[in-house]
Structure formats: C-alpha cells, structure tokens
Design a binder for this molecule. Structure first.
Ligand SMILES: Nc1ncnc2c1ncn2[C@@H]1O[C@H](COP(=O)(O)OP(=O)(O)O)[C@@H](O)[C@H]1O
Ligand SMILES: [Mg+2]
Length: 435
C-alpha cells in the first residue's frame, strides 16, 4: 500500500536527482549562464549577413566590440550584450539591424495555449523567446504552469509562491476589493454598498503592498525576464475559486491583464505566456491578457481531437465571461467580449517524411485555413539533446552535437520564429494606441 507519505518520499528522491543534474550542468556556481555566440552564428544566423562582410566591419571599426578570440584563434565569440551593441552601431547597406517595433505602443502579448499536455507549449515558448532575444527584442516570459517547465528551463529554481502568477492574482483581489469598498455610495438609495471582507490569511501576507516589478526576475539572458512559477503555485486554482466566492464582483480573469497594464510601455517588446494544460483561472488570465493566441498541436489524430475540444471549451469560457460580466465590471484596458488580434495553429513535433504527419498537416489546413502556421516545428533529436542540458537549441553550443542535427533543428525554429514575429507585428499594427 502506498500513502501520500510514500509519494512524498519518492518525490524527495527525485528532487535529489534533479539537484545533481543541475549541479553537473550549471557549473561552477550551479547557476545557468548564457554562452557566447561565434562570428559565424552572429553574421549568418543572427544578423543574416555575409560572414566576410561582418569580419571586414569588425576590422575597420575599432569602436565595435570585438568579442573574445577562442584558443585556437579562429573564431571570435560574442556575448548577447555585445551582439546588441553591434546591432545598434552597425548598418548594412544603410539598413539598420534593429528589430522592427512600432513606436509608442506597448509590448505585444502572445499566449501559447492548448489544454493538451505535451503539445509542445513550453518548448515553443522557450524557443520563440530565445529567437526573439537573439533578434534584438526584449522579452518578458510569464509562466502560468505550476509544472514550471519554462521557469526551470530558464534556470530558476527557488521561487517563492507569492511571486508567481498566483501572487499577481491574489494581489489583484486585495486591490480590487479595496477599490470596491472605497467606491462612493450607491446614488439612488444613498446607502453604502456592503463592505467586502477578505480573511486575514489573505490580507496579512502583505501582497497588496507588492510593487509591479516585484514579480519579475532576471535570467541568464540579459534581455529576457520572467514571472516564474513553482509547484506550490498549483493551489492557485483552488485558491482562486475561494477568492471568487469572497468577492463575486471581482473580475478574476483580468488580474494579470491589469498587472501588465501597469508596466512601462517600453519596458519590453514581446510578452510570451506559457499556459497550463487545463482550463482554469490561470489559463483564463493568460488568454484574456493576450493579443495573439498561438495554439501548438502535435501531428497525431488524438492531438487534433483534443485541439478541437480545446477551442470549443475556450469559446464557451470566453462566451460565459462576455455574458456574465458587463461594463460595470472593470477589466483594465482589455475589453469584453475578448478579441484576439491574431490567432494561429502551430503544428509541432512534425516529421516531414512521415505520411501520417503530412496528412494531418493537410487536414489542419483544410479545416483551419489561413489560421494554420505555414512552418511547422519539426521533430528533432536536437530538442531532446539540448533539453538534457536544460537548454534550448539556441543555447546549446553547436559543437556539442552533430553540426547538421543542430543546424536542421535551428533552421526549423528559425522559420517558425519568422512567422511568429510577422504574426506579432501584424497584431501590433492593429493594436490601438491607447491600449
Ligand atoms: N520539436 C520537437 N522535437 C523533439 N521533441 C520535442 C519537440 N517539441 C517538444 N518535444 C518534446 O515533447 C515533450 C513535451 O513538450 P512540452 O513543450 O513540454 O509540451 P507542453 O508544454 O505542451 O506540455 C518534451 O519532452 C519535449 O522535449
Ligand atoms: Mg508545458
């Protein structure tokens, strides 16, 4: 017989193993660091220019950062900070290398969502964030999933639960309840609205006093920050149900959107949400705050089946919000009924040589038309291999695997990234200035 204590013991054993793997991987301080990128990568893969043009520029201009020369003296290796400096200082045929971004608008927000576990959500979120950062964008990741795959992949481990999406939701409850309690008396009757009380267990945590930026952590990537998650945040679903009961007028689904409205417009370019594999308070907050909905799906029939059910459930949940909450429920700058500026289905773990996968991809296109991303993400061993080192394909040093394996994987993510970026840019154009 096995009790909860046996499960806890098994988990303790497994945590030891995880710790061991991290120690081996992130030496010497057990902290994740970001590698340097070779002049081959910087020119051909990042700036997409000729390698000799790049070398010529470096030789000409002593003001440009020169990177570090490796021991055999053949390649120069640049940090991302140096790459960003090069991007600012260099022009190629009078063209800027700076990433496109509409001036004056806030960051664009993309939710990677599907209720199926293993659809590739976290892998897509991680790789799109890394590709965006290598293209010069400043990224904020929000991990809505208490399994915390994305958080762990970004190298964060000791996360306190107040500083997760749960903290943002609970702080919002406290602030919104205070705001409602302070609202003027009802005009017609002249009587005060009933004061809503929150229990000390919520009040006394001091969440109401947290600043917007307290939830944001830096990472090994100088231009990627994260709102991390942790296993303890799993109770957010139970807690949120209780919070709604405490204050039924609270627009619970707009908590994260309101928090994002409080960030500086130019603090980030792209905000990417990794969603949990279930409909609930966290995923509703994610989709409500998003401008763009990206729906990854594996290439099998059951994945198609479950993606179909996901969009049905989401339609119903968003329909319920629109029916249940009117203008008297403030939802921050995001309005009801919820509209997405762009929407894409993205096939993941796709094998181009597999007839069944190709047939499934065709079926997706037949059903969802232009809403299907043209560039699926290919199934590749490089994802597994880099994952073993708690890294993305972009982070792993290409010398640690067969160059061709790495190159193919990176090319697939690059194609998906270009499409992701163009979709984000198209949504950005449609984003109202006042939003
Ligand atoms: N393109 C890919 N090639 C190979 N393995 C992949 C690829 N995408 C995802 N995987 C693997 O599939 C599993 C599930 O992916 P994950 O991104 O964690 O899904 P989700 O976040 O939707 O649950 C992981 O083990 C991941 O390494
Ligand atoms: Mg995941």
């Amino acid at each position: 017989m096995f009790t909860h204590e046996d499960l806890a013991n098994l988990q303790a054993q497994s945590l030891k193993m995880q710790h061991h793997i991290r120690r081996q991987t992130f030496s010497p301080e057990h902290e994740k660091t970001l590698r340097r990128f070779s002049s081959w990568e910087v020119s051909e893969l990042i700036f997409r220019i000729n390698q000799s043009t790049f070398r010529g520029r470096l030789a000409q201009d002593p003001d440009l950062p020169g990177g570090e020369v490796e021991e055999d003296g053949r390649q120069r290796w640049f940090s991302l900070t140096e790459i960003n400096e090069l991007r600012r200082k260099m022009k190629i045929n009078r063209h800027s290398l700076m990433p496109k971004r509409p001036a004056g608008k806030r960051a664009i927000r993309v939710a990677i969502s599907n209720f199926k576990g293993g659809a590739g959500k976290s892998t897509v979120a991680l790789h799109m964030a890394h590709a965006a950062a290598l293209d010069g964008y400043r990224v904020l990741l929000v991990d809505f999933d208490p399994q915390a795959t994305l958080t762990h992949s970004m190298g964060l481990h000791s996360v306190s639960e107040e500083l997760t999406v749960w903290g943002i939701i609970a702080r919002d409850l406290v602030r919104e309840t205070d705001r409602m309690n302070a609202a003027p008396r009802a005009a017609e009757s002249g009587t005060a609205l009933p004061q809503r009380r929150l229990p000390a267990s919520i009040r006394d945590q001091g969440l109401g006093d947290l600043r917007n930026t307290d939830f944001i952590k830096t990472t090994a990537w100088p231009t990627i920050d994260i709102v991390p998650s942790c296993a303890n945040a799993a109770f957010v679903e139970f807690a949120s149900a209780q919070y709604r009961h405490l204050n039924p007028d609270w627009s619970f689904f707009a908590a994260v959107s309101r928090w994002l409205d409080g960030l500086q417009n130019d603090a980030y370019d792209m905000i990417i949400f990794d969603c949990p594999p279930a409909i609930g308070y966290q995923s509703m907050n994610a989709v409500f705050a998003a401008d763009v909905l990206y729906i990854p799906s594996g290439p099998g029939y059951w994945e198609y089946d479950s993606t179909t059910s996901f969009i049905g459930q989401l339609a119903e949940a968003l329909g319920d919000l629109a029916a249940g909450f009117d203008d008297s429920f403030p939802t921050g700058k995001m309005k009801l009924p919820k509209t997405f500026l762009e929407l894409r289905f993205l096939m993941t773990r796709y094998e181009p040589g597999n007839d069944l996968h190709r047939a499934m991809f065709e079926a997706f296109k037949k059903v969802f038309g232009d809403r299907v991303a043209n560039e699926p993400i290919e199934m590749t061993r490089a994802v597994e291999q880099s994952g073993r080192f708690l890294s993305s394909v972009y982070e792993i040093d290409y010398r640690s695997m067969t160059r061709e394996t790495w190159r193919r994987a990176r090319a697939s993510f690059d194609r998906a990234w270009i499409e992701f970026r163009d979709t984000a840019l198209s949504a950005w154009d449609k984003l109202e200035d006042e939003q």
